[in-house]
Structures are given as structure tokens and as C-alpha cells.
Design a protein around this ligand. Sequence first.
Ligand code: NAD
Length: 352
Amino acid sequence: MKAFTHNSAPSRVVFGSGTVDTIADEVRRLGRSRVLLLAGPRWNVLAATIADQLGPLAVARFDDAVMHTPTEVTEHALDIARLHDVDCVIAIGGGSTTGLAKALAVRAGYDQIIVPTTYAGSEMTPVLGETTDGLKTTRSSVDILPETVVYDVDLTLGLPPDITLTSAINAMAHAVEALYSYDANPVVDLMALDAIGSITRALPVVMADGNDLDGRAALLQAAWLAGSCLGAVGMGLHHKLCHTLGGSFGLPHAPTHTVILPHALAYNAAAVPAVMDRIAGAMGVTEAPDAMFDLVASLDGPTSLAELGFLDDDVERATELATAKPYPNPRPVTPAGITGLLTNAVHGRKPV
Ligand code: NAD
């Protein structure tokens, strides 16, 4: 028997096609009346439509969120929010825009309505990663968790193939590591297995036709489930490595997850064979690490860190950083083990 504790995230989730039309109602439902809209330039038309629907509830817009949530950008957005006496933020975009909404909410107590346009899953977690002077730190608090998440599959139809692939594997990574988490539990396991199966089936479909609505819906739903896993249980080696590579070497978030995941799976495989069997079962294969590598390679995704700008010379420093503090992982994290993993990943070798 395994004892466990499970906390359900208190967020409200609205999922469907055309759901952005419910946003004004969602603001009223929260009892809020002064909205700051966070949306990058690519969403200008949608932002204008939502501003129309909000009418006098829309009081300001900020369109300059960037990856890894630099605090100077947050301070600039906070000045605008304060100037307009905001009580609610609506974020339309990927994890970078969601990160800015969270950073504002934790500083000023605003309610958040998040409209995710990638599969990063940040909207389902009470975690915020921020960068100050090039150093990335994370913090966790219930104030960071968004009140409402509006998933509109229509907004993902234009997601380019490279971002579609890497973002979906980013979601896959949350689900995979949840299954071998030190605090895994049966509810999270179900969400994780469902997400892994859906991504494995839907990703090739969507890569062949980015407008396949059912495929896109399956990926977005999997992103929700995988993000819920990320928010509910602790992650292991894979997330630690990606955090190091993103935070200290400036590597792009989702592509880094995509390269590292097969290697992290292979590293842990012998320590948790039953979990590997469950992952393989969800994917419909026999060997999970191999199959994960093949899935990415068959869809022309990134398989080497070298193509992301991380080279052999960087391995030693990354190993030091990733092994500096102990953290829970099925297989002990050793410098020799991490050096071997990263070296294989630099060269895009199939994981061993
Ligand atoms: P992102 O938000 O930077 O988006 C990646 C790119 O895709 C951007 O250029 C963006 O403009 C574009 N894009 C987004 N949606 C699009 C669409 N529908 N159509 C066309 N282009 C679109 O990247 P991301 O991978 O979504 O998020 C990464 C960030 O989120 C990182 O800062 C990461 O640390 C953070 N994150 C945090 C958590 C958490 O729980 N705190 C979880 C996952 C990711």
C-alpha cells in the first residue's frame, strides 16, 4: 500500500471552441471590473474584440511579456496596472504571458483569467519562475494560481509546427515525471497516463494538419491534464536539468524539454521499471525512452542540445549546477551520470 496526499487546484476551467467569447462573463463572475489585458502583438485583433466585449471593464493593455519573466518587465507592467487601478488581469498567450500575469497577481493580488495558446501548462500551477540579473528563481504560493483558465482550441490552430511539437513534448514531460514523482498519487497518475496517450496519438495528426480541430483539442486537453500534474506533484531530474539549461545557459524552454526528455527517461528507467511499463503502455510501445526519442525524431523535432547552442564545453558547468543540491529523483543524481546524459544529448545520440 502507498499512502498519499492530494490537493486539487481550485481553478475554474472553461474548455471548448470559441470560448474566448465567455471572457467578459468570466470577469463578471469573479466580481471584477477593471481589467488589464496582457496579449502580445500577434493577438492584436483578438485583443480588440475582447476589449469590445469587455466595454468599460477593459482599462489597459500590455503587450510586452517575454520568456522567463524578467522582473524589470513585471515592474513596468505593474506601473501600468497601478496607474489604471486594475483588479483583474487577462493573459492571452503561452507560458511567458501567463508568467507575467502570475508575477503581477502575486505582487498586487489581482485575479487572473488565463487564455493559454501553447501547451506549456503554467496556467495550472501555483509556481512562478522569475529572472533577475540573469538568475532564475522559482516560488510557489496559492496567490500565484490563476482563478480561471479559458482554453479555446481555436487559438491553437495557428501554432507553427515547431512550437506545436516542442510545446506538446513539454506537456508530455510534466506527465512523465508526475508518474515517478516521490509524491505521486492515483488521481495524478490517471491524468498523466491520459495526457501521455493523447499526445502520442494526436501529435502526428496535428503535425500533418495543424487545423485538425479534434487533434488540436486532444493536445490542448492533454496540456491541461499535464499542467495539472505539474501543479500537483514534485518533478524530478528532467525538470531540474531543463531549469538549469534554460536559467543558466539561456536555452529555449520547450525545445530544451524536447531534447532532454528521452534522456531523462532512459536515466531513470532501471530505477522505476513498473513506471516505464505504464508510460510505454500509454504510448502503445515497448520501450518508453526509445519511443520518445523516435516520436520527436520522426516529426523533425530537435534531438540534440548542440542545435540549441549548448556544446560539449558547457557540460561540466551544467553538471555542477544540476548536481549542486540534492533533489528527489528515482535514480540517484550523480555527476558522472549527468555528464554522460548531457554528452549524449549534446550530440543527439539515442539515449542509453
Ligand atoms: P512562450 O509563451 O514564450 O511562447 C513561445 C512562442 O510561441 C512565442 O514566440 C509566442 O509568441 C508564440 N506563440 C504562442 N502561442 C502561439 C500561437 N497560438 N500561435 C502562434 N505563435 C504562438 O513559450 P511557452 O513554451 O509557452 O512558455 C515558456 C515559459 O513558460 C517559460 O518562461 C517557462 O519557464 C514558463 N513555464 C512556467 C511553468 C510554471 O508552472 N511556472 C510551466 C511551464 C512553462
